[in-house]
Design a protein around this ligand. Structure first.
Ligand code: ADP
Length: 814
């Protein structure tokens, strides 16, 4: 035993300390330095059979968390003295549990308290108060004992002694009164007056029993019949009638008295224990409440977890069970339906409340219940407002316990228990909690039912859908396919479940294509596009596909949903239209070339003539005796140059007239314009037209098939030449301009100074076979428009007057 004594006296008391962790102890002791004395004990001190002496002299016991069974320790302390304050230190999470253990342990006194280690700062104060309380109590007892001793020794007739005793008794916190052997009051202290709600002068000679309710009389008189030979009796608790509004309780200790006259009587020491009695009652009530709560929860669990019952049957069972538990005749499950509550299920006397019937919202407490998050309880309806008291099926509702039911965040209805008689005991917190739990369970079940119904609809929609649907996990393994998928691919559900989506790959798209597709959808992007896939029978088909990702509640992608339908027919039609257009464009190109023949012939004549001239000159030099090799070389070089010039013209013509596949590639707009201009240069010269090309300061690139765009420019330029044939040669000016257009596009404009187009014909210009020329085909503009639209651009007549026309087209930049 180690005594850690305080340095400064006076100490107010001693605390026995067991199993308290050193740092915790230091924290508490530091704040009580000099106020309390500490006795540190080991476990073995209390394990002994004899009562440790130190315990009887100590004023409080502090049990620490290092003890294996602090409750057992507390019980041993209480066996020695139930009035010693015992504080058990535990972690915050165990306080509630320990409180319950203490509450239900009969061997532990009311002075045993759990204390959370997280509230150590308040502990020194509490310990100090506990010690002071105990010491005060023992000082009272001591005073009473010495007063009794004096009474025995001193003559009652000595006035000083009487005075001394009166003053002593008046200062006591307990009431003291003396009665004769019939119970008539002989004297009473001030505190006794206060406890019994009377004054000594008017109470002398009055039976003490008159201050107690009649049901206490026998017990009281029995307790007063003591004499010196009787064993001291333990104090008894009585109800007194001093305060008529609320019951008061006193603890009465009776001691025998013998007077000089030989008359016998008793001294009654009364202590107001109303608070203690209330606390004990509250403890008993809490215990009962807890027991019934456990019983209800057990039943609730049994009913709700019954496998074979339907939800409806479970609800009905719950309504019946709670009605019997609360002793209330009505139990209702309702659903809000506009201004009324529709009865979903009901338990009622003689089934007066029928399911599917309706009650007005305004005439029940449910209107308020729906607004409240917590259950609404009413123990008795206000009788003064008779007209307002709600009714159910003609029954006046006096007591009510109801909670709202919420499904998917929206108020669904209520669960209500009601009765026509007011309730003496208020609804307990555990009854309210049970109802709340029940409402939550019903809300959860209804939500599940709704989800299941929605899932059924969704899955049947999935099964019926005309589009093929496949659901895969994150890795692309197929989890589910619908019948449309089976029809489209030729694979049955059983064949594909667990396999990868890649079984449909046809080999048309390369690895890079699929890599990009997967990385996109794994980022959460939606894939939309046409895939060429292969059926089970080996044939390929075009599928217009959409792949979307599904995410879980945390936002993580867990699945992919692929939907699609066969667009092979459409693709074939588009392909044939494309081919047809290409044919048309080719024909148009040939026709353009045909129209350009004379100009081209002229253009080719020039190098051919030059070749002839240079060749003749070289021949002459060769025939000369004095061959001048320098001149001969120059002549031959010119022959080669002119031949190359002619060859280039042929190459250009061949390229333009060739029937080739459409090839889109990034191309500088100016290169295309220049190539077209060289093809038409002979025609321009013949038509005496001056061409002004864009200066090329802004030279964007576009993703095009250059031959097709050349064709468009040639068509437009040729139309301009035709339109300018009527104006004077000096005014025949043609401009090709390049400018930026909105949405990352390039605008190319062909501006002429021709006769323009009559306004009333403007609308028809782009119609196929519309022409105003005697030998025109009327396909130039319509083919040009098709080509430009295939390049995601637009061709239009931008300006038109009798002084000229401007045709413009746009192309997206790359
Ligand atoms: P074609 O040149 O064979 O007539 P197009 O489709 O190229 O066929 O042109 C249709 C019509 O549009 C022409 O006949 C002409 O009336 C009108 N047109 C086209 N370009 C111009 C222009 N620059 N100025 C005036 N009219 C034009």
């Amino acid at each position: 035993m180690v005594a850690v004594s305080a340095h400064r006296d006076p100490c107010i008391g001693t605390v026995v300390v067991m199993g308290v962790e050193p740092t915790t102890f230091q924290r508490v002791a530091a704040r009580l330095d000099g106020v309390l004395r500490w006795d540190e004990w080991g476990d073995e001190e209390l394990s002994r059979t004899t009562v440790p002496e130190g315990l009887l002299q100590s004023d409080a016991v502090l049990l620490g968390s290092a003890l294996s069974d602090p409750v057992a320790m507390a019980q041993r302390v209480c066996r020695v003295d139930k009035t010693i304050p015992v504080v058990i230190l535990v972690g915050a999470e165990r306080v509630a549990q320990l409180q319950r253990t203490i509450m239900f342990s009969p061997s532990l006194g009311s002075e045993v308290k759990p204390w959370s280690l997280s509230e150590l700062d308040e502990l020194p104060g509490a310990l100090r108060r506990a010690v002071e309380r105990r010491q005060q109590r023992s000082s009272y007892l001591h005073t009473i004992q010495s007063a009794q001793l004096h009474l025995g020794k001193l003559s009652l007739f000595q006035p000083e002694v009487t005075h001394y005793l009166d003053r002593l008794l008046d200062r006591l916190p307990v009431g003291v009164l003396t009665v004769d052997n019939r119970g008539a009051i002989l004297s009473m202290s001030r505190r006794a007056e206060a406890i019994l709600g009377t004054a000594e002068p008017e109470s002398l000679g009055v039976s003490v029993a008159s201050f107690f309710p009649s049901f206490e009389h026998d017990r009281l008189m029995g307790c007063l019949s003591v004499d010196a030979r009787t064993e001291p009796r333990p104090p008894l608790v009585f109800e007194v009638t001093a305060d008529r509004c609320k019951p008061c309780h006193v603890e009465a200790t009776v001691a025998p008295l013998a007077y000089h006259a030989g008359q016998r009587g008793a001294m009654l020491i009364l202590q107001d224990v109303t608070e203690r009695v209330h606390a004990e009652r509250e403890r008993t009530r809490a215990e009962l409440d807890l027991r019934s709560h456990v019983k209800v929860l057990n039943a609730f669990l049994q009913i709700t977890s019954a496998q074979e019952s339907t939800f409806e049957a479970k609800v009905h069972q719950l309504l019946e069970f709670v009605c019997s538990q609360l002793n209330l005749p009505f139990g209702l499950l309702t659903q809000v339906d506009g201004e009324t509550l529709r009865i979903v299920d009901a338990v009622s006397p003689d089934n007066v409340v029928e399911p599917r019937s309706a009650i007005a919202l305004s005439c029940s407490y449910c209107e308020s219940t729906l607004r409240l998050e917590d259950p609404l309880s009413i123990e008795f309806a206000d009788a003064s407002k008779a007209g307002d008291v709600p009714h159910i099926a003609g029954w006046r509702i006096e007591s009510y316990l109801g909670a709202r039911i919420v499904v998917r965040g929206e108020v669904f209805g209520t669960i209500v228990f009601a009765g026509d008689a007011s309730r003496e005991v208020p609804f307990t917190s555990s009854e309210r909690e049970t109802l709340k739990l029940m409402a939550q369970w019903i809300g959860g079940q209804l939500e599940r039912q709704r989800n299941e119904a929605r899932m059924r609809i969704l899955s049947s929609a999935l099964e019926q859908a005309a589009d093929s649907v496949a659901i895969t996990d994150r890795e692309g393994s197929i989890l589910h396919v619908n019948p449309a998928y089976e029809r489209l691919t030729g694979y049955s559900k059983d064949e594909v479940i667990g396999r990868k989506m890649s079984i449909l790959r046809s080999g048309v798209h390369d690895e890079a294509f699929y890599r990009e597709l997967w990385s996109g959808i794994k980022r959460g992007e939606v894939f939309r596009g046409v895939l060429i896939n292969r059926r089970r029978d080996g044939n390929t088909y075009h599928e217009d596909k959409t792949i979307t990702s599904l995410r879980d509640a945390a936002g993580e992608i867990t699945h992919f949903v692929s939907t699609g339908h066969d667009v092979s027919e459409r693709c074939r039609a588009e392909e044939s239209a494309r081919r047809h257009q290409a044919e048309m464009a080719h024909v148009a190109r040939l026709s353009t070339l045909g129209e350009m023949t004379s100009g081209l012939a002229h253009e080719l004549t020039q190098p051919l003539c030059a070749i002839t001239t240079y060749a003749q000159t070289c021949l002459r030099i060769a025939n000369d005796d004095r061959i001048d090799p320098e001149r001969l070389r120059y002549g031959l070089q010119q022959v080669i140059k002119q031949a190359e010039l002619g060859g280039a013209i042929f190459m250009r013509l061949r390229k333009f007239g060739r029937k080739s596949e459409t090839v889109f590639r990034p191309t500088a707009v100016h290169d295309v314009i220049r190539e077209a201009a060289s093809l038409i240069s002979a025609d321009l010269a013949q038509s005496e037209v001056t061409l002004k090309l864009d200066d090329g300061s802004w030279c964007p690139k576009v993703r095009v098939d250059p031959i097709q765009i050349e064709q468009v420019i040639l068509n437009l330029v040729r139309n301009s030449l035709d339109a300018m044939s009527v104006v004077n040669p000096p005014d025949r000016k043609l401009i090709i301009q390049v400018a930026p257009a909105e949405a990352e596009q390039v605008k190319v404009s062909i501006i002429d100074q021709g006769r323009g187009c009559p306004p009333e014909l403007e609308e028809k210009l782009f119609q196929p076979f519309f022409t105003t020329k005697p030998n025109g085909l009327g396909i130039g503009l319509s083919i040009s428009q098709t080509i430009i639209e295939a390049h995601s651009g637009r061709l239009w007549l931008e300006a038109n007057s009798s002084k000229g026309a401007t045709f413009s087209f746009t192309l997206p930049m790359c």
